[in-house]
Design a protein around this ligand. Structure first.
Ligand SMILES: [Fe+2]
Length: 463
């Protein structure tokens, strides 16, 4: 009898253990609790929105890569008083801007708003790894800036990317941008995962907030490329205001080199930069079978040459793996369409935004399901990307603090804080990734991981 009860107790304990193991949480949900602060946009008279002095002075200056391999750059700015010159003077010596290039001007109206003159000028045939000075507004109130071109594309070229998403223009946004600029790891190019100004959260999509945003981020965007991804706050679809052309303000203001990668739309495209091949996808453009985006991506992935660009990075807005209740499963239909390709082509990392919190996944895939087999759970997969949600730039909508419980096993780390990340490529095998929250000092890392390249060194990073 005693023997029997011992056995019963043993079986009970075993059952309890198995049950716990099956249901236990995944990774870490950070215990860090940010003090409640209201997310409000900085007032229009804030110093960060100041209009540069001088008649028709160029404002909202921003640059992005202008071709496939980093020897061209698109320079954009706005003049408000009159059209003015679209010419850019540039050169490698501060004393003599020996080259010039002429750009083009566009304008748009949105309900009761009329934009300034939006200039876009592409500088081509630039030398790699070179500091260029450039001047815009040359006819009235010239302003001078500089940028450094990337090294020639190659497999072991080190390069440091910053990652920012869902930035907006609140005091938290300002803190995020300052933290990025003060980060001792010195990002050289920003991978921006969508949702820029949040102008559409204001009455009648007040497009003045597109202008203030452009002036706010100029302190970074005029000096280093920001690689743009379109988010839902770029759609600006407002039939109630008579505005039925989606993405109208974004498309006029932010040009990208989509034609260089054979794309037919600015919302999906790719670039090569240093040792990275970066694919930008559009969560808010059609991606079903036979759509232009689907066909472009199907042709694009086999073209990625990991001997030239070992690091395959994807940017998109709506995350596929998100354990926050905010925007839960919104990225599911795109995941169903494309996830098997990401595994087949061994994407290293996918950066997404949209959810105003931070989350990093394990390497998992969920591609075995075929309607009848019931295999519909994420499983560890060494060929799968790490999914990082970094929509924590600090916009007017505030933090997404309500997470699904328990934390799923695929979720390695999650936290509802504002911040930014750095992806620092060392060589073809190793990259160091770190995320910093705004509530800490500039040098403090809240989450980090060594990435091992999926093509050249596909070993388990947790070992
Ligand atoms: Fe979003």
């Amino acid at each position: 009898m005693r023997h029997c009860s011992h056995r019963y107790l043993y079986l009970l304990l075993l059952a309890l253990f198995v049950s716990f193991a099956a249901n236990c949480n995944g990774g870490k949900t950070s215990s860090f609790v940010r003090k409640g602060k209201k997310s409000i946009d900085m007032p229009l008279d804030s110093d960060v929105f100041r209009v540069p002095p001088g008649y028709n002075a160029p404002q909202q200056v921003h640059i992005t890569q202008g071709d496939l391999r980093g020897t061209a750059i698109i320079i954009s700015w706005v003049t408000q008083d009159e059209r003015g010159s679209s010419k850019v003077l540039y050169g490698t010596s501060e004393d003599s801007l020996e080259f010039s290039s002429k750009g083009r001007v566009t304008r748009y109206t949105f309900y009761n708003y009329t934009s300034g003159f939006i200039h876009h000028c592409t500088l081509q045939k630039l030398k790699h790894n070179t500091k260029y000075y450039y001047e815009v507004g040359i006819d009235h109130s010239p302003r001078r800036f500089w940028f450094i071109t990337p090294p020639e594309v190659g497999p072991d070229v080190p390069y440091t990317f910053g990652i920012i998403g869902d930035l907006g223009q609140t005091y938290d946004s300002n803190s995020t941008l300052t933290h990025y600029q003060m980060n001792p790891m010195k990002g050289q190019t920003v991978l921006f995962v969508g949702d820029l100004s949040y102008a559409d959260d204001h009455l009648n999509h007040d497009n003045v907030r597109w202008d203030t945003w452009g002036r706010f981020v100029e302190r970074s965007t005029a000096y280093q490329p920001w690689i743009w991804t379109a988010g839902n706050h770029e759609i600006d679809f407002a039939p109630e205001l008579g505005e039925t052309e989606p993405f109208k303000p974004y498309r006029h203001r932010y040009h990208v080199p989509y034609k260089a990668s054979g794309s037919t739309s600015p919302f999906w495209y790719s670039i090569k930069r240093a040792s990275a091949h970066i694919i930008v996808l559009a969560s808010y453009s059609a991606y079903g079978k036979y759509t232009p985006q689907y066909e472009w991506l199907e042709a694009e992935l086999p073209k990625v040459n990991r001997s030239e660009t070992p690091w395959l990075i994807v940017l998109l807005h709506s995350p596929w793996y998100n354990s926050n209740n905010y925007h839960y499963m919104e990225g599911e239909s795109m995941r169903v369409m494309f996830e098997s390709w990401f595994v087949k082509y061994k994407v290293d990392v996918v950066f997404a935004g949209h959810v105003h919190a931070y989350e990093r996944s394990e390497r998992v895939s969920n591609i075995a399901y075929n309607i009848v087999n019931g295999e519909c759970m994420p499983t560890p997969d060494p060929s799968a990307p790490v999914y990082i949600t970094i929509g924590d730039g600090g916009n007017i909508e505030g933090l997404a603090t309500n997470m699904t419980e328990p934390q799923p096993k695929y979720s390695a780390y999650r936290e509802a804080s504002f911040g930014h990340a750095i992806f620092e490529i060392k060589n073809r095998t190793h990259a160091y990734y770190s995320w910093r929250r705004n509530d800490d000092g500039y040098a403090v890392e809240a989450d980090s991981m060594w990435f091992y390249n999926r093509f050249w060194y596909a070993v388990d990073e947790s070992n």
